[in-house]
Design a protein around this ligand. Structure first.
Ligand code: ADP
Ligand code: ASP
Ligand code: MG
Length: 586
């Protein structure tokens, strides 16, 4: 007898007919002998509607009251689905997050799950009930010692389901939704997006956190940490859907910290790197494509790529390569600058240092801690690249022993968690698995910051302390006599307004520096675990955009992701262009 957790999203329970259909499919699964826990979302657009009701009363409603309101959406669905199951003769009982004992942090609006008290739900399962649980909600003990309803953040029912599967030791967690599974991209943007039979948790984490709403990233994080079998399927058809694959060794579940596992699991050091910076090159569609095509023609494998926001009509593009390829790369850079103008600059004896862990996601304090630790060791960070589960920076090689010591101590890493020049085994993975689009971002630049240790750290710390999420931090490597540099990043639209006070206080520390808001943008992220091992992937992505005359405002990469910031008006065209270029529909 298998215990299955099945989650049905808002569109799948959007009306009574759909609820009855789901009840009937649950009946079939129950009749073949499975034990079933169902997690449901609010019906259709209910959560949006409830949010609008709150907004019509207050611009910033009390967070406790908002959670009280939003949690009612799921409560409607659990009762109706239980009634429908009863009509089919199946014993079913509905339970709210509090009744199940889903204990969360005391943060309204985006609480993480600490523990699930499974005794009561397990009792019902043992008695043969189908238990129907309200997703997206939990309960906390407030400082006064009384229970408070919390919610997990938009899309959080996926996280409720995977957390329940973990706590109950379920065989599988099935996420049923309105598409056949995880596709190469959002089918609302690219209608012929293709179903993926499988995807690695790392790739899904990246896609989910940069706009692929099909799975809540925290659900992927839990599945990956505890080795839960997770699949995404259609609630309307019998297709087998997409299976998520995890390459890491699962960790044992510790009561009280279900979602609060260690943030950083490893430190990776890659020696013998060189940084090439092209400055004052023209800012127009096609330039990035030309540059990276030139490099791939010479079989140069580029690692990190960073293009900051443009300065007037000129741009800087910085990238790293292995030191073995320095001569070849320099020749190509000569060629590029003779054709396009601008100049290049080379720094050898560089090392890439990266911290990694699924818990980095959604916690801006982790990158801030890394930069702060390095600045306390008086180490200047030359280049920064962030992804959802990894933060990398490039520093000078002679700083490495000190950096390892400081970083390992800060994040409590043992020798077995430190990898120097690791050999990666993901070489046979596809260079592009999928593309995600995030329209909910704005772009901000700090201009003319002093170039000294601690500057990036102080900005990141200030944002993190105020719980403002930032992403795609890029730091320019401009050749300038004034010893200044720019740092640009993207952040959530909603957080930008809240950031004003923080920014004003920050900029006072840097005389001569100023803040610049970018135009309306969107972030197009291309993800693939094999990207790091194929020569020319970036060039192809940039070519796809150039052929559509789309200008790239900013570029930031991690090993498995290349994100391009483009003007919002171009974003759907950009996703289609990359999808076609890599023939993902095939
Ligand atoms: P649910 O209500 O079931 O939780 P969501 O709306 O949260 O559903 O997520 C499903 C939607 O995610 C799909 O309708 C699709 O438009 C969107 N989506 C975005 N990226 C992808 C992708 N890569 N694969 C599948 N769906 C995606
Ligand atoms: N109903 C919540 C939302 O719309 C949670 C979910 O559907 O996952 O965000
Ligand atoms: Mg969802």
């Amino acid at each position: 007898m298998a215990l299955l957790v099945k989650k049905f999203g808002g569109t799948s329970v959007g009306d009574i007919k759909k609820i009855k259909n789901i009840a009937s499919s649950i009946c079939q699964s129950k009749e073949v002998g499975n034990e079933i826990v169902v997690v449901v979302s609010a019906m259709g657009q209910t959560t949006d509607d409830l949010n609008h009701l709150a907004e019509s009363i207050s611009k910033s409603p009390n967070r406790r009251e908002l959670d009280m309101l939003l949690s009612t959406g799921e409560q409607v669905t659990i009762a109706l689905l239980s009634m429908a199951l009863n009509e089919y003769g199946i014993p079913a009982i509905s339970m709210t997050g509090s009744q199940v004992g889903i204990i969360t942090e005391s943060i309204h609006g985006k609480a993480r799950i600490l523990d699930i008290k499974t005794e009561r739900i397990q009792n019902y399962i043992n008695q043969g009930f189908v238990v129907v649980v309200a997703g997206f909600q939990g309960t906390t003990l407030s400082h006064t010692g009384s229970m408070e309803i919390t919610t997990l953040g938009r899309g959080g029912s996926d996280t409720s389901a995977v957390a329940l599967a973990t706590a109950l030791g379920a065989e599988t967690c099935e996420i049923y939704t309105d598409v056949p599974g995880v596709l190469t991209t959002d089918p609302r943007i690219v209608p012929n997006a293709k179903l993926l039979d499988e995807i690695s948790c790392e790739e899904m984490l990246e896609l989910a956190s940069v706009g692929a709403s099909v799975l809540h990233p925290r659900a992927v994080e839990i599945a990956r940490n505890y080795g839960i079998k997770l699949c995404v399927k259609s609630s309307q058809s019998d297709s087998s859907g997409t299976l998520l694959e995890s390459q890491i060794q699962p960790i044992p579940l510790k009561r009280g910290s279900l979602e609060l596992t260690k943030t950083v699991n490893s430190l990776e050091v890659l020696e013998n790197q060189a940084i090439f910076s092209l400055s004052n090159i023209p800012d127009r569609p096609g330039i990035a494509a030309q540059i990276f095509e030139k490099l791939s023609e010479a079989s140069i494998n580029v690692d990190l790529i960073i293009q900051s926001t443009n300065d007037g009509n000129n741009n800087d593009i910085t990238f790293t390569v292995s030191e073995l390829e320095v001569n070849k790369t320099a020749e190509q850079c000569e060629l590029i600058t003779s054709q396009l103008g601008g100049e290049y600059n080379l720094k050898t004896n560089m090392t890439k240092l990266s911290i990694q862990g699924a818990g980095i996601m959604g916690r801006p304090s982790v990158s801030a801690d890394l930069f702060d630790t390095l600045s306390q060791a008086n180490i200047n960070v030359r280049l920064i690249a962030t992804s959802e589960i990894k933060v990398s920076c490039v520093i000078e090689i002679n700083n490495i022993p000190k950096a390892i010591r400081f970083v390992a101590e800060k994040f409590k890493l043992s020798d077995t968690q430190i990898f120097v020049n690791p050999i990666n085994e993901k070489q046979d993975q596809p260079e592009v698995r999928g593309i995600a689009l995030d329209k909910n971002q704005v772009q901000v630049s700090f201009r003319k910051l002093p170039d000294r240790p601690g500057v990036a750290a102080s900005i990141c710390l200030a944002l993190a302390e105020n719980n403002l999420l930032f992403d795609t931090i890029v730091q320019s490597e401009r050749i300038s006599s004034s010893k200044t540099k720019d740092i640009s990043f993207t952040m959530n639209r909603q957080d930008r307004e809240k950031a004003n006070l923080v920014f004003e206080a920050l900029i006072k520390n840097f005389p001569g520096s100023y803040i610049e808001d970018g135009p309306a943008i969107a972030k197009v992220s291309t993800v693939g675990a094999g990207m790091a091992f194929k020569v020319g992937t970036a060039g192809k992505i940039f070519r796809a955009l150039a052929d559509q005359n789309i200008n790239i405002e900013m570029i930031a990469t991690s090993e498995i992701r290349t994100s391009c910031i483009v003007l919002e008006k171009d974003c759907d065209k950009a996703v289609n262009a990359i999808h076609n270029h890599f023939e993902l529909e095939k």
